[in-house]
Design a protein. Structure first.
Ligand SMILES: Nc1nc2c(ncn2[C@@H]2O[C@H](COP(=O)(O)OP(=O)(O)OP(=O)(O)O)[C@@H](O)[C@H]2O)c(=O)[nH]1
Ligand SMILES: [Mg+2]
Length: 193
């Protein structure tokens, strides 16, 4: 188990902690498994609260790892009912976040491996590719796909985001089967630990 502590929850961009530490940021649609990803990677049971109801994480939650770097769980956009206005507001906030935080070292963008990237995913990818922040796309919940469909999921993602490459900045992952955990963990280890 890695030394990880809850640090702070913020409900607006004004109350963010000073960006003293390097940050790893989790983003993606609501319910895609961001909070579970944190628990899985750091080998903790439920430090990041998860829920089968979309919209569990409503605040920006900071976790401090080894007293050295932040892991940041961004709220996802609830996928059931959202208006164009909701999406625009959410997208502005996310953009603001990425542009204003100086110490973001890496962003994980989680996508549901079972579906084509959604409009929200395309939006996130656009925002990220306009910044200089390194980011990794995670095809999550791969346990829900039969192995024979894994290549299809990878290829469809790469078709939509041709600037990315598998094994470099695209990985498959599952919090259930732990596929991909070692690969991601070793990336983090090289960067931070
Ligand atoms: N099968 C499967 N289920 C998963 C996986 N990761 C998360 N889940 C489930 O998906 C649901 C949502 O997980 P969360 O980790 O709460 O998702 P989130 O992205 O943090 O959601 P919000 O906080 O609402 O944005 C929960 O029921 C999890 O148990 C996975 O890899 N495989
Ligand atoms: Mg969450």
């Amino acid at each position: 188990m890695i030394d990880i502590k809850f640090y702070k929850s913020c409900f607006d961009l004004q109350s963010l902690p000073k960006s003293l530490n390097k940050e790893i940021v989790l983003c993606g649609r609501s319910n895609v498994g961001k909070s579970s990803f944190i628990n899985t990677i750091f080998g903790v049971k439920n430090i990041a609260k998860t829920s089968s109801t979309p919209g569990k994480t409503r605040s920006i939650n900071y976790y401090l790892v080894k007293d050295k770097f932040f892991v940041v769980d961004l709220p996802g956009l609830g996928y059931a009912k959202f208006s164009k206005e909701d999406r625009e507001k959410w997208s502005r906030n996310i953009k603001n976040y990425f542009q204003s935080r100086e110490n973001i070292a890496l962003v994980f963008h989680l996508i549901d491996a079972r579906h084509l990237p959604t409009i929200i995913d395309i939006e996130i990818n656009n925002i990220l590719s306009e910044t200089n922040i390194p980011y990794i796309v995670i095809l999550n919940k791969i346990d829900k796909l039969k192995r024979t469909f894994w290549n299809k999921a990878k290829n469809e993602t790469l078709k939509m985001f041709p600037n990315l490459s598998f094994g470099d900045n695209v990985f498959i992952f599952s919090s259930i089967s732990k596929v991909g955990k070692m690969e991601i963990f070793s990336i983090l280890q090289k960067l931070f630990m």
